[in-house]
Design a protein around this ligand. Sequence first.
Ligand SMILES: Cc1ncc(COP(=O)(O)O)c(C=O)c1O
Length: 345
Amino acid sequence: MEYIDLRSDTVTKPTPAMREAMAKAVVGDDVYQDDPTVNQLQELAAARLGKEAGLFVPSGTMGNLAGILAHCGRGDEVIMGQRSHTYLHEGGGISSLGGVHSCQIKEQLDGSLALEAVQAAIRADDIHEPVTRLIEIENTHNACGGVVQTPEYIQRLSDFAHERGLLVHMDGARIFNAAVVQNIEARQLTEPVDSVTFCLSKGLGAPVGSVLCGSAAFIKKALRLRKHLGGGMRQAGIIAAAGIVALETMVDRLSEDHARAGILTDGLRKIPGILLDPGTPATNMIFFTLADSVRLSTAQIETKLEERGILAHSSGPRRFRLVTHFGIDDHGVEQTIAAFQELLQ
Ligand SMILES: Cc1ncc(COP(=O)(O)O)c(C=O)c1O
């Protein structure tokens, strides 16, 4: 049975063009940096994001980890949002594997970090305190609603950081969603920051992989770290080939996912018991809470949706996050609205 799978855009399957490119990929040993397909992907990714160099990594988690460890030494501190993916969902790897301390500050409603809050978090030059080295931002910001950071904010934050001798890393897992919805090039969002990780395996549909981008000197450090972390992947051109197809053919169509998220939200808005988050959807994620009047629990709703061929993910007690992607068509949107109507009315 083919499910209407709204749990995440990570469930996307490779397209026929990706599978063909994978089958035909010219490969080499990427640990010797001799895989032409990986090298091509890295160059393409760096160019798209306005950076000197790129590094293909198995996951967004490894991209953020290698990136943060390339910027920070043991005992250094990185300032990040308290709902950032790196803080919440990356296993605390920067701390357990890199000895990097994090200072979490509360994001504003739009997912950004207020400069006054960042200023207050920067450590004094005092032997009792860790050394603040880096600020991490997330775009789109997943847990804050798939919300988008603007080029103006990113420039302001980066200038602020650089004036204080700090660096900026962006978790841009869904940077192309952020660019497409603002009708701009991704590089306008990434040029001001020192490094960025983006994912090929989410809305862009590639089966595996992310790319970490930054200066040539930074990527040289990150390459060493990737090897230490076990991320040297040998004939990785087989999967990089799908990443090239993703970058070349799957970016512009993200607007279709945003449009379908809008249509799905309009349908859900009419159903009593669904309390949509203000402003949702900002991109391809819809967040809502169940009103007290709804007798079913989120787990019961998940089960009943599954019986109707729909997979949905509760993102907390009484809360749901639904994510659109290229595996969700108009029929899937209609079916989902109809199922929620049937269950909640
Ligand atoms: C915002 C964000 N950053 C990083 C990641 C980590 O990516 P991966 O699952 O490839 O490790 C995710 C995964 O969902 C994410 O949503």
